[in-house]
Design a protein around this ligand. Structure first.
Ligand code: F3S
Length: 64
């Protein structure tokens, strides 16, 4: 599983950082950035929680 944040959609709500801080961090510009590359399997559940709870639907799962 890989994820990315659509910077045009992200409004900086920060739910992703709360739910999955191992994968998401806030950029200096105020939107979230996801760790690139394949996520460790033990982080997939938290990453999916972040996808489901982003109010802007800004987090996208990328096909591996
Ligand atoms: Fe942005 Fe959604 Fe996270 S709006 S900061 S990707 S919860």
């Amino acid at each position: 599983m890989k994820v990315t944040v659509d910077e045009d959609r992200c409004a900086g709500h920060g739910m992703c950082l709360t739910l999955c801080p191992e994968v998401f961090e806030m950029s200096d510009d105020g939107w979230a950035v996801a760790t690139p590359g394949e996520l460790p399997a033990d982080l997939e559940s938290a990453a999916k929680d972040a996808i489901a709870n982003c109010p802007e639907q800004a987090i996208v799962e990328i096909d591996s």
